[in-house]
Design a protein around this ligand. Sequence first.
Ligand code: ADP
Length: 410
Amino acid sequence: MLSRARNGEKGLRFSENTPGALGALQLEINHLLDQIDQKYEAWYVPQEAAKMFDILPFELVIVDPELKYRYINPTAIKNEEVRNWLIGKTDFDYCQFRNKDISIAEARQKKFTDAIAKGTRTRMYEMMVDTQGVEHHYVRSIDPHFDADGKLLMLIGSSFSINDLKAKEQELIASNDQLTKTKDELDQFVYRASHDLRSPLVSIMGLINLIRMENPSEKVLEYLSMVDRSIYKLDSFIREIVNHSKNSRQEIDLELIDPKQEIDAAMAELNYLLEGRNINVEVDVNSTFPWVSDRFRSQIVLKNLISNALKYQRKSAVNRLVKIRVDIKADQSQIIVEDNGIGIPSEFQDDVFKMFFRATNQSFGAGIGLYIVKEALNRIEGSIELESTLSEGSRFTAVIPNYRLPLVSK
Ligand code: ADP
């Protein structure tokens, strides 16, 4: 009787239980049919090649122009029975058999047809869930092969498991989330702590003024001035930390800035650095265009550069000079602060923007002003350059993008 054999997927076969000569003939025919099938498969993958493909550590399959599997290596499908069963079948048969979503077969077929249309390798990412519910991640490549006349012969599919990479990616995402959380908490802590530290300082300043009103002796007055200086140092340090924390947390807020007003505000705050020091300050503002930028960060840049130019003057100099020049151009604003002060030795010029770096023991501060300037400029996509000659003076040039143009060109 002619029927589908047990592995009838190969084709029609006689059942193998007919007795006598007829049975022997039927067995012989079955055997011949098997040989024909094997020859057909062998056309795709010669025995020698199949032996090599079988031991490859990555998944390899060969698909015919009808998108039916012609070869599957054991890395792709471990179970030999399933592997043999799938020969001559498509991904749709496989999805049905494995009870998998039909969209997997659709996506693969789409990639096969893409590769055929393009005539070159196509890649795809695929995630499969196994019977235990474990996710497996793959990168699959499909290479179409054509004969000399451009007729499609076969498609070779190869896949790599990227489970390890995926696991590492998950670990990275988790540790990155943790880092962001810790950084936010640290920022919050620094911000709160610095704020809370300032209020007792302000009380101490008030108390010092009260002591001064009690007609203290010369000696006490001298001590009070020393306390004053230390408190001032501590207060500036705390303000700088608050600024740093605000710079990293606060969103960029673009607004129209009046350069003259900003320079006046900075000078008013830094007036104490001018008192009795005979410093000539020249201000030159050229604003043909409106200046649109982040005010808080622009103010950090202006104030720190001016403050340094005033602070680092030569003790012996008679014609102390600080030049502040602001040029507002169409696409960028330039802030140039120049002094004829002590200058910075060339070997330290790259370091002055680093945290806590001081190039001189004449320094008043903690060495974080220029670090914050650089950080603030980074946030608003600006840059800064320094030219300086020891004992002659320094010139800082900060460039900040002027956000006017993109707004106008819309
Ligand atoms: P500080 O609080 O010490 O002023 P900054 O970060 O603002 O910290 O500056 C770092 C160092 O760079 C200073 O300690 C000083 O040595 C040097 N510096 C900065 N600006 C000038 C300047 N205009 N002239 C000379 N040296 C400067």
